[in-house]
Design a binder for this molecule. Structure first.
Ligand code: GLN
Length: 511
């Protein structure tokens, strides 16, 4: 919806509400909640913020992710400061007021026409109740023509009975109503399209306009969803409902249509292996997968992303044989690291393009050091007493005990060395990228490793922190300390992903 309104020329902000108690997503296991996204200002957030940035082509502040933890912390701090003047502090009004304030603060932080708020979880969850109540109050306070509600439901198909079931939608709408919120529009997800009779039935039982029941059957790609909604006149419905002074102009989605078209290219197919330890849940690498798709679309190829587990004593090298490129993503902890080191070795031996991100870059440095005579070199993340800690805890991290929000986080500038692959990719001397790490390239080994042939192609502007490393005499061997995947857009592939995929395509052509 945001994408449609953005295409019409409106300025759209997006907020994700996660009703869990965690203050942010930083300490969540990627197996449970997928990747931890990082905003430019260094907030560790839900991965939906990444989708919002990609669909709205914006950079959202960390305050766009509201959690129960943040809301309660803020209210309790105010209580400790005596700001409530002796009042008994309660969920209503204090928690609900705080939620509304957080929404308004984000809305007012930019000159936005529309603020989209996604409330995670399911209607009926105990932890969602204060948020539903706050949103209900918001409609009263802002006026009904300024606030509308979309209820997203699932229409299951029962194979045994050979029919779709609308009951769950009827029940969840009833549950939503009991909070005082009437949905203006019901978006029904389903595996296959549902017919008009079923839509009329839902409109009838849930008491919404028939044009307000919109079906979004599973699409080939998430990027097609705005087009499905547009075909169902959702943009126009919102404009009318919110009495916006613009007209729905579907042709304004043409640039998006051509992006979707280039994402559908089937041939040739370049195969990239992502060697990580959270591979059972692809959501753990959402932004990386999307960045590869964007890069593939930009060079008019298809990309087949294969997730390969590094979590084996020795990575099965045969599984790398048919890859055109290897990507080693970020990660934490020792499990799976030796498999990543094997993959780095394989890429060096076989001249396969390889891209290391954060822990991936660490793996490249460790393996390069081991091959250059620093036998058994390691990161102190995995072996504190190692003889050659080529990756070490950052100085500023040594005094930190708390886990949450304490890494080196968010955007930092990086200076590029000319005549390197990185400089060629960016075409710029100064770049800015988002970070999330505690360990870094150990400067004690910098001169020695450079002497052995490693290129330090990116550093912090003061030259102190190593941000990018490369190898000469290799088709594409680039490791970066930051996470470029957070800045890739469907309409603007990230320079490093683009350059990596081009090298992988060359490898494919020369096979
Ligand atoms: N575990 C490593 C560190 O903390 C790498 C982090 C990452 O890959 N995001 O520095």
């Amino acid at each position: 919806m945001g994408n449609i309104l953005h295409s019409y020329g409106l300025k759209v902000a997006a907020i994700k509400i996660d009703p869990y108690l965690n203050w942010d997503s930083g300490t969540l296991n990627p197996y449970q909640h997928g990747e931890v996204f990082v905003t430019f200002d260094g907030m560790e957030t839900d991965l939906d913020l990444g989708h919002y940035e990609r669909f709205l082509d914006v950079e959202l502040p960390g305050s766009s992710n509201i959690t129960t933890g943040k809301v309660y912390e803020s209210v309790i701090n105010k209580e400790r400061e005596g700001k409530f003047l002796g009042a008994c502090v309660q969920v209503i009004p204090h928690i609900t007021d705080e939620i509304k304030q957080m929404i308004r603060d984000t809305s007012e932080s930019g000159n936005f026409d529309i603020v989209l708020i996604e409330l995670g979880g399911t209607v009926g969850d105990i932890e969602s109740q204060p948020f539903l109540e706050a949103l209900r109050q918001l409609r009263n306070e802002e006026g009904s023509s300024n606030v509308m509600f979309a209820h997203v439901t699932f229409i299951p198909y029962l194979n045994a009975a050979g029919e779709f079931k609308t009951k769950p939608t009827q029940h969840s709408t009833k549950e939503l109503r009991s909070t005082g919120i009437n949905p203006d529009i019901i978006v029904c997800r389903s595996q296959e399209p549902i017919d008009n009779d079923l839509k009329s039935k839902i409109a009838h039982f849930c008491d919404v306009d028939s044009e307000a029941v919109v079906n979004t059957p599973d699409a080939g790609s998430i990027y097609e969803v705005p087009l499905v909604l547009e075909e169902n006149n959702v943009g126009n419905f919102i404009i009318k409902r919110l009495q916006l002074d613009i007209t729905a102009d579907s042709s304004r989605l043409d640039p998006w249509r051509s992006i979707v078209k280039s994402l559908k290219i089937q041939d040739p197919t370049v195969k990239i292996g992502v060697i990580g330890k959270y591979v059972e849940l692809e959501d753990a690498y959402t932004s990386i997968r999307e960045s590869l798709l964007h890069a593939a679309a930009a060079i008019s190829v298809n990309v087949d992303v294969e997730f390969i587990s590094s979590d084996v004593d020795n990575l099965n090298l045969d599984s790398l044989n048919d890859l055109d490129g290897i990507l080693i993503p970020g990660g934490f902890g020792e499990r799976g690291v030796e498999g990543k080191l094997d993959a780095v070795d394989y890429a060096i031996e076989n001249d396969v393009p390889i891209f290391g991100i954060c822990l991936g870059m660490h793996s490249m440095v460790i393996q390069f050091a081991r091959r250059s005579g620093f036998s058994g070199a390691n990161s102190s993340e995995f072996d504190e007493n190692n003889k050659y800690p080529v990756i070490d805890l950052m100085e500023e991290q040594k005094k930190i005990n708390n886990m949450g929000g304490t890494m080196r986080l968010g955007s930092y500038d990086c200076k590029l060395l000319k005549n390197t692959k990185s400089f060629e990719a960016y075409g710029d001397e100064l770049i800015s990228e988002r970070h999330r790490h505690r360990f870094e390239f150990n400067n004690e080994y910098r001169d020695q490793l450079v002497e052995k042939g490693l290129i330090v192609s990116g550093t912090s502007p003061d030259d102190f922190l190593v941000e990018i490393i490369e190898l000469p005499n290799h088709p594409w061997f680039v490791g970066c300390q930051f996470h470029p995947e957070f800045k890739s857009r469907p309409n603007r592939a990230h320079p490093l992903f683009y350059s990596f995929l081009k090298a992988a395509f060359e490898f494919y052509k020369n096979k």
